[in-house]
Design a protein around this ligand. Structure first.
Ligand code: NAP
Length: 266
């Protein structure tokens, strides 16, 4: 019998995840179907319960439900989900279990697809929302030499940094005069045509500038390109986090390189 999975979020109509998981299933011969569930903003738990009653095996949770998904699992979460206090991958046995594949997805994109060795590198992470929270642990585990978290609301960056020894938090102004090997934009600023208010000179020829937003040339990526930095969007992270979710559910790791090429129209 075909096992059922889905993406739950609000909105979900734009998502590429159903297509990505259909391609993974075809390539690995796994008998699954993957749909979309647009849950009401106050109706996450009810929508998940209904999916489970219908025999659903697992869900990906996206905005704005990653924290709700974490709470839904009542502590049955992996260490990487606990570190970010957010779940993007639910799997249902007798109980609901939660994981978070965003961090490993980002690191695999940076190191595997983009060929960047994170060992010893100086990293700037912009943002302190769900996406930033999910990736700090994985970036440190990958050997980052230093990590600064900058956010528009500085208190949120401070609260996040306080959970990880050695990580520094600040506002954008305080970055004046700093240089980083890698600058990761984990804000949603790009969705509204804006960019984090970085002082001039932060992005230069030696910087890899990464925006988690994908499918558009964000103001951050445009600024990075004009400063001579290497600019990359978050499409590879999307594919890699999906591959890790597929592995969590099915125990089979799909190949990602060709699929990513296909998504980029190559
Ligand atoms: P979130 O929890 O809503 O957090 C949003 C963050 O963006 C906050 O730090 C917020 O700062 C900041 N922000 C929003 N508008 C800004 C602006 N105009 N200038 C400066 N900062 C601004 O969202 P999230 O879940 O962390 O997601 C962030 C982005 O990552 C989304 O666009 C999402 O699509 C993307 N994402 C991509 C992937 C992928 O696989 N590629 C995975 C996860 C997320 P304040 O705290 O000051 O409000």
């Amino acid at each position: 019998m075909t096992d059922r999975y889905a993406l739950i979020g609000n909105p979900v109509a734009h998502s590429k995840s159903p297509w990505i998981h259909a391609e993974f299933a075809r390539a690995t011969g796994e008998d699954i179907e993957y749909g979309r569930i647009e849950a009401p903003l106050d109706g996450f738990a009810g929508a998940v319960d209904a999916f489970r009653r219908g025999g659903g095996k697992g869900l990906n949770a996206t905005l704005p439900f990653k924290e709700a998904a974490f709470r839904y699992c009542e502590g049955r979460v992996t260490q990487r989900a606990a570190a970010g206090q957010a779940v993007n991958t639910l799997h249902f046995r007798t109980e609901a279990h939660g994981d978070n594949t965003d961090g490993v997805g980002l690191v695999r994109d940076l190191s595997g697809n983009l060929g960047l060795d994170l060992e010893g590198k100086s990293l700037l992470l912009m943002g302190a929302g769900g996406a930033a929270q999910a990736v700090v642990g994985a970036l440190l585990d990958a050997g980052a030499g230093s990590l600064v978290i900058a956010n528009r609301t500085v208190a949120k960056a401070q609260a996040l940094a306080a959970r990880f020894p050695g990580v520094i938090a600040c506002g954008y102004d305080a970055l004046e005069g700093r240089v980083f090997d890698v600058a990761i934009n984990a804000t949603s600023a790009g969705l509204s045509g804006e960019a984090p208010a970085l002082p001039k000179g932060i992005l230069g020829k030696g910087t890899l500038a990464y925006d988690m937003v994908y499918g558009r040339e964000t103001a951050f990526l445009a600024a990075a390109r004009s400063a001579g930095a290497r600019a990359c969007d978050g499409l590879g992270m999307l594919v890699e986090q999906a591959a890790e979710s597929f592995f969590v559910w099915r125990g089979v790791r799909p190949e990602t390189r060709l699929l990513l090429q296909k998504l980029r129209g190559g």
